[in-house]
Design a binder for this molecule. Structure first.
Ligand code: URA
Length: 241
């Protein structure tokens, strides 16, 4: 027996129903365990048992992993009580899952943010030792020169005694935009790197995190659970798989 968890916890962790709704579904005879209808949602279930809701098997997901297309103006931590928190964009069921952001994006940065309640995975994904790559599209105020590629690859001194790890800069044709890949995530890192080179970031969007790309179908402010293959890619860079 790999896990023992209550029916209401198992079904509600999928985000499809609240625990209260699961209780009601059980009372209505919509839930069965090993082919037998169970009228109570507090029965504990192990992995070898076949749990169904409306005849459809329910797979227990211990943790939830979400990708969101973060809008401008939203914050990715609870530090700023005056700005809307990205968690507010989730549906009520997902709001209850104690999700948090894996790393931070600035309030004015948009794009891919990963949310989870898997603290261990988040810790690993953010660990500098794991070198998890994050790809950003940027626009800047001053034209870039090819020499910047080497400067970014060598590491940029941020003026507080810290020199960034090598990062990959790809300059767009207009020289005022491009892509940058980081393997770390210091506070305002990209803005500070450009600042240290007498330039200024005017737009920043994260496109990729640990091999997982932003779903182009997700409109700004939209989110969805990671697909299984995406989760594998994400976790492959760190602990499991
Ligand atoms: N670097 C920044 O400066 N801001 C972000 O939001 C992410 C990386």
């Amino acid at each position: 027996m790999e896990y023992i968890e209550r029916i209401d916890k198992i079904i509600s962790s999928s985000g499809k129903m609240s625990r209260k709704q699961v209780k009601k579904a059980a009372a209505q005879g919509r839930i069965s365990l090993d082919g037998i209808i169970v009228k109570s949602a507090d029965i504990k279930v192990n992995k070898n048992q076949n749990l169904t809701l409306d005849g459809v098997p329910v797979i227990y997901e211990q943790y939830t992993y979400i990708m969101m297309n973060k809008p401008e103006g939203y914050v990715s931590s609870t530090d700023d009580p005056h700005s809307p928190y990205v968690i507010e964009l989730l549906s009520d069921e997902f709001k209850k899952l104690n999700l948090f952001c894996v790393g931070r994006l600035d309030k004015d940065t948009v794009g891919l943010i990963i949310l989870t309640n898997d603290g261990d995975a988040a810790h690993q994904l953010l660990s500098p030792k794991k070198h998890v790559e994050k790809l950003y599209f940027f626009e800047c105020a001053e034209k870039l020169t090819d020499s910047m590629v080497k400067i970014f690859n060598d590491g940029v001194s941020l003026g507080d005694g810290y020199t960034t790890k090598p990062s990959k800069l790809e300059i767009g044709e207009d020289k005022l935009s491009g892509y940058i890949t980081l393997t770390e995530g210091k506070y305002h890192q990209i803005k500070r790197m450009f600042g240290a080179c007498n330039n200024k970031i005017t737009y920043l969007k994260r496109c990729k995190f640990g091999g997982v790309e932003m779903d182009s179908q997700l409109q700004v402010g939209e989110w969805r659970k990671l697909y299984e293959n995406e989760l594998k890619i994400l976790l492959k860079s760190v602990i499991r798989c």
